[in-house]
Design a protein around this ligand. Structure first.
Ligand SMILES: NC(=O)C1=CN([C@@H]2O[C@H](COP(=O)(O)OP(=O)(O)OC[C@H]3O[C@@H](n4cnc5c(N)ncnc54)[C@H](O)[C@@H]3O)[C@@H](O)[C@H]2O)C=CC1
Ligand SMILES: CC(=O)C(C)=O
Length: 257
């Protein structure tokens, strides 16, 4: 296979797991992250394991950055086939205390980042005259709205909506746009969410918030990055050519939609 994927926020966490699976599937992968240290160490790790990857640092909230990420794919590997808008941040705060700065930051990264990434990828697919796939990180919080995660949940609902609109506009170009919606995965994001939820609640000990969320999972275990990567791998493959505009939940049975 000679396909090329960009995965934003792939220096660590779910993005790293997704990038690794796509590399195993035969994709040439452009790793991307705002954190240059994890980005470089992940690139080195992947290269040592024999995968064809390159990397580019940058901030997904900036529109021009995505043009650079796409250019990196084309310059290094000659084309673009799949663009994974994975990077995202969390904010844990009571509704009444959520600040203007927090709202602007989380919407800039989680929502504007997905908008700009989708635009840049679609432009490249149209220039190439090929089909293409955009995959967006949504969440169970894009289907359900959580206490203390009001701003975060709103961004993920927005990602779902952008996924729907983009899929309708780009269908005639043979570009599909879908979202993957993880549940409770033990990445640094959940370490931060747990720490913040515990900080706001005197009755909680470290680990309690994560335990409370994950104990409700029907399949009886929290999510591993590989669980998310498996769904993304399928959605990135030709087998998913007839799927578009969907926000598919992978959560072990937690939110039923
Ligand atoms: N961990 C979980 O349980 C869930 C995660 N998600 C979503 O999955 C995606 C990945 O989450 P995790 O891996 O858990 O998060 P994480 O916080 O563990 O990793 C996110 C990565 O994105 C990078 N990043 C952050 N801001 C960036 C920016 N402005 N530009 C470029 N890169 C940036 C970080 O440096 C980090 O490497 C996010 O969109 C998140 O909202 C959705 C549902 C559940
Ligand atoms: C981090 C996240 O999306 C949740 C609600 O688990």
């Amino acid at each position: 296979m000679n396909k090329v994927a960009v995965v934003t926020g792939s220096g660590a966490g779910l993005g790293k797991g997704i990038a690794l699976q796509l590399a195993k599937d035969g994709f040439k992968v452009v790793l991307q992250d705002i954190n240059q240290d994890t980005l470089k160490s992940t690139e080195e790790e992947f290269k040592n394991d024999g995968y064809e990857v390159t990397s580019i640092a940058g901030d997904v909230s900036k529109r021009d950055s995505h043009t650079e990420f796409v250019k990196a794919a084309v310059d290094h590997f000659g084309q673009l086939d799949v663009y994974v808008n994975n990077a995202g941040i969390d904010i844990v705060a009571p509704f009444i205390e959520t600040t203007e700065e927090q709202m602007n930051k989380i919407f800039a990264i989680n929502v504007n980042g997905v908008m700009f990434g989708t635009q840049a990828a679609a432009r490249q697919f149209m220039d190439q005259g090929t089909k293409g796939k955009v995959l967006n990180a949504c969440s169970i919080a894009g289907h359900e709205s959580y206490e203390m995660l009001g701003a975060y949940s709103a961004t993920k609902h927005a990602v779902k909506s952008l996924t729907h609109s983009a899929s309708k506009e780009f269908a005639k170009e043979n570009i599909t746009v879908n979202a993957y919606c993880p549940g409770v995965a033990k990445t640094e994001m959940w370490d931060r969410i747990d720490a913040e939820m515990v900080r706001y609640n005197d009755d909680m000990e470290p680990g309690d918030a994560f335990e409370e969320f994950s104990s409700a999972i029907s399949l009886g275990r929290y999510q591993e990055p590989q669980d998310v990567a498996n769904l993304v791998s399928f959605l990135a493959s030709d087998q998913a050519d007839y799927i578009t505009g969907q926000a598919i939940v992978t959560d072990g049975g937690l939110v039923y939609r």
